[in-house]
Design a protein around this ligand. Structure first.
Ligand code: SAH
Length: 344
């Protein structure tokens, strides 16, 4: 990477304004440049026709516009697309594009590898090598939207890694993509998913940009949850739930609880009842997720009948619940599966 140049995709609008003002230009020039780069897709300053001559003479050689390079593209039958992206230092990450009737949603990766060690998740099979920079998070959107020549309207930080283990960079990323003159991805269209790092949930509740929060729950009691998700030993279920209640009190945004259905492990009627009791009275959603099977693990996906029985129990107890349809299983879209096959 060209280190003496400023990393454009990692700069907030405020930082760009400051840089320009420090160099004798106007702060509104930052919005103009953001507009050219993010909305018109141009990085050649000579083509930014509304900038002054002096500014156009100043800008060359100040920034680099590097973003991850697409190494592989896998297109599933339902048009879910999985990308293997190469970072400047050779690390490989995964990004998944999902097509919805409301727009294109991108599932971005926040770390190279992951240290959370969830028992069912392929990402954790490779330990964290490093955090992604804000520009590498933004760059996933740039790379994919350039490829499909379409706008990405929704972002979920649910790829490899624990976003709250890379908190500052993830928050900066959200600020950059939410910027009106930039990618203008609305705060309601951005969701961060965490395995439940309590102090960061509380911090997130105080952020000025109110993007959504999803919690990977996956079990209705501490015994089972600690077995599936080691992080639960540090931040037990009751503390996670309490933090989410505080998040709701502060933001009025409903939390989504993700719950992967694992056959015979967490999908019995008694689990559904226990889950209902745990969430009773909380303004939240439960998103039941079909498990994408991973060769390295013995866990199996719950069949539809059993999943529907689980849904019934929750509905009878007045818990908002949806059963997510499986996408992209034919292209190994589950977390970390593609990267795992690669030697790097
Ligand atoms: N670390 C964060 C975000 C990344 S994981 C978190 O834990 O939320 C994103 C979601 O995918 C989590 O809910 C995770 O538990 C789930 N997941 C992991 N492996 C999966 C698989 N094989 N099939 C379905 N969902 C999986």
């Amino acid at each position: 990477m060209t280190t003496n140049l400023l990393d454009f995709y990692g700069m907030s609008l405020a930082e760009l304004e400051e840089f320009l003002v420090d160099n004798g230009f106007k702060s509104y020039n930052a919005s103009q440049i953001y507009d050219w780069v993010y909305q018109k897709g141009l990085t050649d300053v000579n083509e930014m026709s509304n900038l002054s001559k002096a500014l156009r003479a100043f800008l060359p050689g100040k920034f680099h516009f590097e973003f991850p390079v697409i190494a592989e593209e896998h297109i599933s039958q339902d048009d879910t697309r999985k990308y293997l992206l190469k970072l400047h230092d050779g690390h490989l990450i995964e990004t998944v594009l999902m097509r919805h009737n409301y727009g294109n949603s991108l599932c971005v990766t926040s770390q190279v590898g992951c240290n959370m060690g969830c028992a069912f998740c392929a990402s954790g099979l490779k330990k964290r090598q490093r955090n992604l920079l804000p520009s590498e998070l933004v760059g996933q959107i740039i790379a994919v939207s350039n490829r499909i020549i379409e706008r990405i309207s929704h972002v979920v930080v649910m790829g490899t890694g624990e976003p709250f283990d890379n908190y500052d960079n993830v928050i900066k990323f959200i600020r950059i993509i939410n910027e009106n003159k930039g990618l203008a991805i609305g705060q309601r269209h951005i969701t961060v998913s965490t395995c439940g790092i309590v102090p960061m949930i509380l911090k997130y509740a105080d952020e000025p940009i109110r993007s959504n929060l999803a919690i990977s729950l996956h079990a209705p009691n501490n015994l089972l949850r600690s077995e599936l998700m080691p992080i639960n030993r540090k931040y037990p279920l009751e503390n996670v739930i309490a933090a989410c209640e505080e998040y709701f009190a502060k933001t009025s945004r409903r939390v989504t609880y993700e719950y992967i259905l694992l056959e015979g492990v967490n999908d019995l009627e008694e689990h559904a009842t226990e889950l209902s009791k745990l969430l009773q009275g909380q303004n939240c959603y439960v998103n039941l997720i079909p498990y994408n099977q991973v060769n390295e693990f013995q866990y199996k996906s719950t069949d539809l009948d059993r999943a529907m029985r689980f849904v019934d129990v929750l509905m009878k107890r007045k818990i908002n619940v949806t059963l997510r349809k499986e996408q992209g299983s034919d292209i190994q879209a589950a977390c970390g599966q593609l990267r795992l096959k690669n030697p790097l």
